[in-house]
Each structure stands twice: as C-alpha cells, then as structure tokens.
Design a protein around this ligand. Structure first.
Ligand SMILES: Nc1nc2c(c(CN[C@H]3C=C[C@H](O)[C@@H]3O)cn2[C@@H]2O[C@H](COP(=O)(O)O)[C@@H](O)[C@H]2O)c(=O)[nH]1
Length: 341
C-alpha cells in the first residue's frame, strides 16, 4: 500500500465507486457559473484570509506561523449534539462558535499571557491547563478535550525534537513546495494522518494537513517561505461543512437512505463507508467546480490558474456555509467525533 495516497486520486476512486453519494456534474457546472464573477473579486482571493477574519493573525512572522500550526493541530470536531447547547467562547465583547471559538480561546490565552502557541508550553501542558485555556462560556465544554490534550503534547514534542520548536523551520525545509510540506507534516505528526480503507484500498483526505499548508500559505500571504509554486495541487478540506453546502447547492446528492440517517442525527464512525463517500465525493466535486471555473475563464482568454484553486474555492464555500446557516438548515451535516476534521 502507498505510504501517503493522494487525496485527489482517492477522491476520484471513491466518487467512481460511491453508492449513497453522487457528484452531480450539471450541478457542479452551475455552481462554477454562479461563481464566475466572484472568482476574480477580492473576497475570493488570498488576502481574504486576513481581511475577512478578525481572529486570524495580522502579521506574517514566525509567531503567526506558530499560531496557524497550533490552531490547525486542534482544528476538529466543533459540532454539538444539540444546536441550542453549544461550546461558545466570548472574546473582546463578541461570542464565537464552532471553529472560531477555538481561535477566540487561543487569542484569549495569549492576551492572558499564556504562551499557548509555544511548543515548549503545549508539549507539556497538563489536562487541567488545556481545560482552562479552552474553557467554555456555556455549560457545554469543548468536544474531545482529552484528545486535544494528547495531540497537543504529541505535536509539541515532535516540534521541539525535530524542528527546534518552530513550525517555520519545517516550512523552510519544504523549499516552497506545498506537497513537500504536506509530506513533512504527514511523516512527522501522526495526528494529521487522516486516512481510511475503501473497497479494500487505502485512501486519504488529509484535511488538517492540507488546511495547515493552505493556512501557512495564507498567513505568509503567498510570499517568501510561503511562496508555494504548487499550491493548486492541494484539494479542498473534507470537513463536515463543505459537504453540506455542496448538497445545498445541488452539486452533490445523497441517497434517500443516507439522507434519512443524517436527518436522524446518526453518529458515524471515522472510516464508515457513508462517511468516506461523503468526504471523497466532496473533494472530487470541488475539483470539477475548479476545472469548470478555469474553463469558463479560458473561453474568455483569461488564464486564472494563479487566482483559482481548490484552497480559495474551499475558503469561499466554507465562509458561504457560515453566512447561509439558516438557508442550509434542511441539509443535515454528517456527525463523526474524531480528531481529523
Ligand atoms: N473545509 C474547511 N473546513 C474548515 C475551515 C475552517 C476554518 N478556516 C477558516 C480560517 C481561515 C480561512 O479564511 C477559513 O475561512 C474550519 N474548518 C472545519 O469546519 C468545521 C467547523 O465548522 P463550524 O462548526 O461551522 O465552525 C470543522 O470540521 C473544522 O475543522 C475551512 O476553511 N475549510
């Protein structure tokens, strides 16, 4: 079996053999057409990572890269069993939910003088210290607290032992290749190995590893050590929001049987056939949307390969899902408790 299968190849194989999830070619084409004008706007571009999100770092130095590594090490499983009982974090007068509650808790700790982004700190954090840093402003604690403690200690220890405590050192070793950085992360940080077996084949999604490379590219503003010439080789990040928005936009479809399970709030296990099909088809569907978008621009004589890639499409769709929560309430998201997304 391949050491690290390609997420794009995996997605193609899963989509070709999927039973309960289908990629709707016509729907993908329509989504590409609807994004045509947006794709060349500011909000679709790399600068949006900072300008649209007040909790993301403003600067592009070693500290900011360390912030990205810490956050993406913990960037998983924020969904709550009951919508009205959620983990929430108040920060600078605003209340944050989901992924943004993680960022708010990290920034709250830094403001309190806790060096949470420093490897020598999180490598040896105790469970109680993790509980305190990520404390909730509701009765609902952050999901998977013990797992977060474990991955923090594990990742911090590796960062200290192999990269002098600095993720920027790891980035520099990738010599401006997104794929090399992806493989350095997979080889050294076990919690990022987001894989499954489908039809007896090892497949991969590498959601947190790929978003770590993407967020590193974004925080470095695509310049200097973050000037990845192969950034468009990354796929979208198979979380639990992108599938929801793709079904909402009719670019992807679930069987009635699967829809029923999702509506009942079934909790799947990481690696279950339905979960693998949802995640693999999402990656493949977005690869098609990117392809159609580039073709539409090509027909107009514009080569947009520098401006349109799966990373920017993902960021756009993820933000869209956040902003259209109400319209999307009839499309359930799939529930898995795991450290991968
Ligand atoms: N595919 C994809 N999944 C993403 C992100 C992000 C955060 N990135 C933002 C930060 C800077 C950029 O500008 C991005 O806007 C978090 N997640 C995943 O979503 C889920 C949380 O969802 P909710 O419960 O609604 O907050 C959870 O699985 C988390 O891992 C993304 O970008 N793409």
């Amino acid at each position: 079996m391949e050491a690290f299968p390609s997420p794009l190849e995996s997605a193609k194989f899963i989509a070709a053999n999927s039973k309960d999830v289908s990629v709707e070619e016509e729907g993908a084409r329509r989504v590409a057409e609807s994004l045509f004008d947006k794709a060349s706007s500011e909000e679709f571009g790399l600068a949006g990572w900072k300008s649209l999100h007040e909790l993301n770092p403003r600067d592009a130095g070693e500290e900011a890269v360390g912030w990205v590594f810490l956050v993406d090490t913990l960037n998983f499983s924020f969904w709550s069993e009951r919508e009205e009982q959620k983990y929430l974090v108040k920060y600078k007068g605003k209340t944050y939910s989901g992924y943004w509650s993680l960022c708010a808790a990290v920034n709250r700790a830094l403001d309190d003088g806790t060096p949470i982004t420093s490897a020598s700190y999180f490598a040896t954090m105790t469970l109680d210290q993790v509980r305190h840093v990520f404390r909730s402003d509701t009765e609902v604690p952050i999901p998977l607290l013990e797992e977060r403690h474990r991955v923090l200690n594990e990742s911090g220890t590796v960062l200290l032992e192999k990269f002098g405590g600095s993720f920027l050192t790891c980035v520099k070793m990738s010599e401006k290749s997104a794929q090399k950085l992806l493989h350095l992360v997979l080889e050294n940080f076990p919690s990022y190995r987001d894989e499954a077996v489908f039809e007896k084949k090892k497949v991969s999604f590498y959601k947190r590893a790929q978003i770590l490379v993407a967020d590193t590219w974004s925080v470095l503003e695509g310049k200097g050590d973050g000037f990845f010439d192969d950034i468009s080789s990354l796929t979208i990040f198979a979380d639990y929001r992108i599938p929801q928005v793709l079904v909402h936009l009719k670019a992807m479809k679930y069987s009635e049987k699967l829809m029923k399970k999702l509506r009942e709030g079934t909790v799947f296990q990481s690696g279950d056939r339905e979960e693998v099909e949802i995640r693999g088809c999402s990656i493949w569907c977005c690869a098609l949307i990117c392809k159609h978008l580039l073709e539409l621009y090509e027909k107009k004589g514009q080569d947009m390969r520098e401006k349109i890639n799966a990373v920017l499409l993902d960021y756009y769709l993820w933000d869209y899902a956040r902003e259209h929560r109400a319209e999307m309430k009839d499309v359930p998201f799939h529930r898995v408790r795991c450290i991968y997304y």
